[in-house]
Write a protein that binds this ligand. Structure first.
Ligand SMILES: Cc1ncc(COP(=O)(O)O)c(C=O)c1O
Length: 403
């Protein structure tokens, strides 16, 4: 049995089957490349769902990680540490907002934002106790906790996990009129991904997000953006909401915030909202530990570099045009869309994206299907243009071989 097969069989035997990975076993990563246990090299067009935005094992990130792990590691927030305050100040400087709250995973940060919204709803907006409503969008993906699956519209995420939490409503993504109709005096917040990543890199219609923000302002509803996947330079702006010139009440960050090596997430907002939490209301043993803060400080410094952001914007536009030109009129392609280096190629359902990503693997390019019919292209933002070109050529070849 090959080493690959052995390891897969062991994982299948001893692990819960909550994922359906592509059949290869990774052993090493550097920059935009991944190597499997058989020594084969692949171009990473997945970027760990936007986590590896700085490329794998970025030397400055590794230095920050190792130095901090040797100096002060995890001490809990029973005490202050010397890394968290400068990280909070940095986030405040980058967002222009007063405060941030550190967590670990994206889902935890979204949970935090929803708890903030409920408490703000009761204490500040004056919604009667236990009656807050939060509105989300159809097709959302905010994570897998009980609250977040209660907000989800994906049947598989919800089935057999009931009873689900009350207090959530969903409206079609991109439909401002539906949002307007859904808002009631008990609505505390509206939460939206500026680009729906897991739903298949779905972009809302032009102007939708600004309309949604205006409705929220008008009805004293918190406007929350989940930038866990699309934030931090991924779309050619530091934050995706900048494309629309927005001022959200809460920004949720994760994934790339940990430099690709450590789980770090955050909720960022103004004192009027984050100030509702009192000691004991919320917390996490690992959230805001010195290693997380030190690594994330370096990640934020690198990700907020205007040169990286501008290059991502240019490279993304070039990639989108390259794909559109090469696949123009192709009968199996339904749509090619994206912003920056978050791009989706939607194919006909009878072909399906899973088969295509398996074939890309054979050509040395790794990515994953998103929502069965979309090939997700989200490489490290640091990818060299020649490697991106090679990966796009492989995508075009694979798609054309089915037309
Ligand atoms: C927009 C968005 N929010 C939240 C999450 C959840 O993040 P995590 O898997 O770190 O809990 C994800 C993960 O894909 C995401 O794409």
């Amino acid at each position: 049995m090959s080493r690959t097969r052995q390891l897969i069989e062991l994982e299948l035997a001893r692990g819960a089957h909550n994922y359906l990975p592509i059949e290869l076993v990774l052993q090493r990563a550097k920059g935009s490349f991944l190597w499997d246990v058989e020594g084969r090299r692949y171009i990473d067009m997945m970027g760990a769902y936007s986590t590896a935005s700085l490329g794998h094992s970025h030397p400055a990130i590794l230095r920050a990680l190792i130095k901090q792990a040797r100096t002060l590691d995890v001490t809990s927030r029973a005490f202050y540490n010397d890394q968290l305050p400068p990280w909070l100040e940095q986030l405040s400087g980058l967002t222009g907002m007063d405060k941030a709250l550190p967590m670990n995973s994206g889902a935890e940060a979204v949970e935090t934002a929803l708890k903030l919204a409920r408490k703000w709803g009761e204490r500040v907006k004056g919604i009667p106790s236990n009656q807050c409503e939060i509105i989300g969008c159809e097709g959302n993906f905010h994570g897998r906790t009980l609250a977040l699956i209660s907000l989800s519209t994906e049947p598989q995420y919800r089935e057999n996990f009931g009873p689900l939490l009350p207090g959530f409503k969903t409206v079609p993504f991109g439909d401002a009129r539906a949002l307007k109709k859904a808002i009631t005096p008990r609505t505390a917040a509206f939460i939206v991904e500026p680009i729906q990543g897991e739903a298949g890199i779905r972009l809302p219609p032009e102007g939708y997000l600004a309309q949604a923000q205006a409705l929220c302002r008008q009805h004293n509803v918190l406007f929350i953006v989940d930038e866990v996947q699309c934030g931090l330079a991924r779309t050619g702006r530091l934050f995706c909401f900048e494309h629309d010139g927005l001022r959200p009440d809460l920004i949720i960050l994760g994934k790339a915030l940990g430099g690709g090596v450590y789980p770090v997430s955050a909720v960022v907002g103004n004192a009027a909202v984050l100030g509702v939490f009192r000691p004991g209301d919320h917390g996490s043993t690992f959230g805001g530990n010195a290693i997380a803060a030190a690594v994330s400080r370096k990640a934020l410094q690198l990700l907020s570099d205007p040169e990286l952001i501008e290059r991502t914007d240019r490279l993304g536009q070039w990639a989108l045009h390259t794909l559109k030109d090469a696949l123009d009129g192709n009968p199996i392609v339904r749509d090619i869309r994206g912003k920056g280096l978050l791009i989706g190629v939607e194919v006909a359902p009878e072909i399906g994206a899973r088969r295509l990503v398996e074939e890309l693997k054979q050509r040395g390019v790794l990515t994953k299907d998103s929502h069965e019919v979309v090939i997700r292209l989200a490489p490290p933002l640091t990818i060299k243009k020649k490697h991106l070109r090679r990966a796009l050529e492989a995508v075009v070849e694979v798609v054309k071989s089915h037309a």
